[in-house]
Ligand binder design. Sequence first.
Ligand code: SF4
Length: 232
Amino acid sequence: MTVAPWQARYLQRMGIDLWRRRELSDASAQTPVVSDGVTTEAADQRAGDWQALRQTVSACRLCGLCETRQNTVFGVGSDSADLLLIGEAPGAEEDRRGEPFVGAAGKLLDNMLRAIDLDRQRVFIANVLKCRPPGNRDPKPEEIRSCMPYLGTQVEHLQPRVILALGKVSAQALLESTAPLKAMREQWHQVGALRVPMLVTFHPAYLLRRPEDKAKAWRDLCQVRDLLGGAA
Ligand code: SF4
């Protein structure tokens, strides 16, 4: 397949030289649309539920992280996205802005998405924790237990076709596992009552520290792209 100049640009920014993407259906790049048969009333109810969840999270005091946060970070993107990306927790800049994946790691994530014809308006990006652990320490098990129901409700509402877990902490929380990242990558998992297919890849912040693993992350992205295209 010929690499378009814009794709080559984003792959280059990700630090990847080789182009190994498989031929895919054009349908995979289409923006998700509200399905036929959804009444205005049902759509209004759905939007209201989403807004109510957003407000509940913003007022949440279920764990100690509410004491040190500046903002809750609900997530960003389309509430009818086919692809849900799930990271670990907000960092300092995310806490300040109330948005996930900003700064250098966010830029890399944006480039990763663009390399598979997506952007943050057409996916949904959330974290396991909605509030920042001080000093960017790892989330505590009790914080994950308190916050996971919000993510579970987001998954039920979004009903994504694919979930991509970004990093070990996210994958372990979603799979209720203590396995290392290596053991969770390169296989499809199923998550939640909806049994949404989920793949595990590296956290963008890790890829900034270990750029030699970007080619592996690219292979993970291609699998996601293939599944989205194949299911269209
Ligand atoms: S991290 Fe989650 S459970 Fe804890 S206060 Fe924030 S929103 Fe609530």
